[in-house]
Ligand binder design. Structure first.
Ligand code: HEM
Length: 453
């Protein structure tokens, strides 16, 4: 019976997917034409900005899913980590499969992680094994899920409200709010405020850029990141010895690490603590800020969704607000893909028409953005819906390396955005100021206007 049902549904699904792909191609061409007809910058820069924008990528992935779901190209698109070609995997089933097959598709970040720590790897750069288990287990005890409601959320809520209240009719989202709340969290909850808030923001941003977004291996980015890393290491060494010399009862991650050290927990010597803290710090500030800006950017392009999110914020319906934010990030994700490298010749989508052999050494782009729009597995994928099951979202990655800070993100991003969404007559500032700045991977500016109370 199942075989007969399959015989009927499979061709229908293929036709549906092709129709979707063709429609997306038309939309993509439309985006290209609007860039040609637009003004400001050269035609090339306009075209790149439009096609590389969230809508352009979404339609592009839809075309790929329909016609070439697993592509292999001989060119290395990622220069910062060794590889000998690129594969792009777009179907949800295959994306999840790649992110589950740790042995065949490895994380690549190790060499740059070691440059940052000046020695050891950090757990995001590790394959399964004892060092990964040791470090993640210790850090899960130091940074506990229960801390989110108890320590992180109340402080972030108060901080965000205070920062928004300090503005008067205009707010520059990253500078005035979305960078500052996670920076405050890092100071208060991690116990590592840095020599100053701006320095902590600058260090973590450039190190994140170097590790994950410097695809062209720009020597200048490396230089800046390694300078920040050296300063960050010296700072952390100082804070660790200071806390050991003058212990406090503060409930923060650093103190918990030191308590684990006193209990002779493996991996929690001073150097281990420093390396693990560096990894968490890098993950925390620029990401939370960028995701907050992207979510608002998307909501501002969708009046109905914006109104829904504003209502949820005003009614203190935090769960619903979180759904709006997750859905906004599905359309405008923090990262469209996660990359892994094939450790041996491997096969993706075996025994299907899209089966593809991936040679050893290929960098595999697991396109999570595409997976979240796969019409074959995500119901009504192209609609903005605030009641999707959480499993739909790949916002924080998937599998063994899924984001360590996921529970924090789910609480802190709504806390950052709630007071903004409560503002009356919220809108973009006119001109480029009101658009999300895309001159670097991390938006430094997006000015919003509102009616001052
Ligand atoms: C909106 C904010 C964030 C986004 C979009 C984000 C995204 C991600 C993604 C996609 C991954 C998977 C990377 C991969 O598989 O290659 C990841 C892993 C990770 N993230 Fe986040 N992250 C965010 C915030 C945070 C925060 C606040 C922390 C620290 C508290 C953090 C720490 C980490 C760590 C340590 C890993 C590696 C986990 C492992 O290897 O087991 N992230 N994140």
């Amino acid at each position: 019976m199942a075989i007969i049902a399959n015989l009927i549904t499979a061709p229908l699904q293929a036709i549906f997917s092709w129709a979707n792909g063709l429609w997306s191609l038309v939309r993509l061409i439309g985006i290209g034409l609007s860039a040609l007809a637009g003004s400001g910058g050269t035609v090339k820069t306009r075209l790149i900005a439009k096609v590389a924008g969230p809508d352009g990528q979404r339609y592009g992935f839809s075309v790929l899913r329909a016609f070439i779901p697993n592509i292999l190209i001989s060119r290395s698109l990622v220069k910062c980590y060794e590889n000998n070609g690129t594969a792009i995997v777009t179907r949800r089933e295959d994306v999840l499969d790649v992110l589950n097959r740790n042995d065949e598709f490895e994380v690549v970040y190790g060499p740059r992680m070691r440059n940052i720590t000046d020695g050891e790897n950090f757990f995001l750069g590790m394959q399964p094994g004892w060092p990964y288990t040791r470090d993640t287990s210790a850090m899960r005890l130091a940074a506990r899920a229960s801390d989110v409601a108890k320590i992180i959320l109340p402080r972030a809520t108060a901080k965000a409200e205070e920062l928004v209240a300090a503005q008067n009719g205009s707010i520059d989202l990253p500078k005035d709010l979305s960078l500052r709340v996670p920076a405050d969290m890092v100071g208060h909850y991690f116990g590592t405020p840095g020599p100053s808030e701006p320095e902590m923001i600058e260090w973590t941003t450039i190190m994140f850029w170097y590790l994950f977004a410097d695809l062209s291996a720009d020597p200048d980015i490396e230089k800046q990141a390694l300078t920040a890393a050296a300063a960050g290491r010296a700072y952390l060494d100082g804070v660790i010895s200071e806390h050991k010399a003058n212990p406090t009862d503060d409930e923060n991650v650093l103190n918990r690490c030191l308590a684990l050290q006193s209990a002779a927990t493996p991996g929690m010597d001073d150097l281990g603590i420093r390396n693990n803290l560096i990894g968490l710090l890098i993950g925390a500030i620029p990401t939370i800020s960028k995701a907050s800006v992207l979510a608002i950017d998307e909501l501002l392009r969708r009046p109905d969704a914006l109104a829904g999110a504003q209502k949820a914020a005003r009614e203190d319906d935090d769960a619903l607000l979180c759904q709006y934010i997750l859905e906004a990030l599905r359309f405008n994700p923090h990262q469209p893909l996660i990359y892994r490298r094939a450790t041996r010749d491997a096969v993706i989508a075996r025994s299907t028409l899209r089966q593809r052999k991936i040679p050893k050494g290929t960098m595999v782009f697991a396109a999570t953005f595409s997976a979240a729009f796969d019409t074959l597995e995500v119901p009504d994928a192209s609609s903005f819906l605030a009641d999707r099951p959480r499993e739909t979202y790949l916002t924080w990655g998937y599998g063994m390396h899924a984001c360590f800070g996921a529970a924090i993100n789910l609480a802190i991003i709504p806390a950052i955005l709630k007071p903004v969404l409560k503002l009356k007559n919220l809108q973009r500032a006119p001109g480029p100021e009101g658009q999300m700045d895309i001159s670097t991977p991390f938006p430094k500016q997006m000015v919003l206007h509102y009616d001052a109370p």
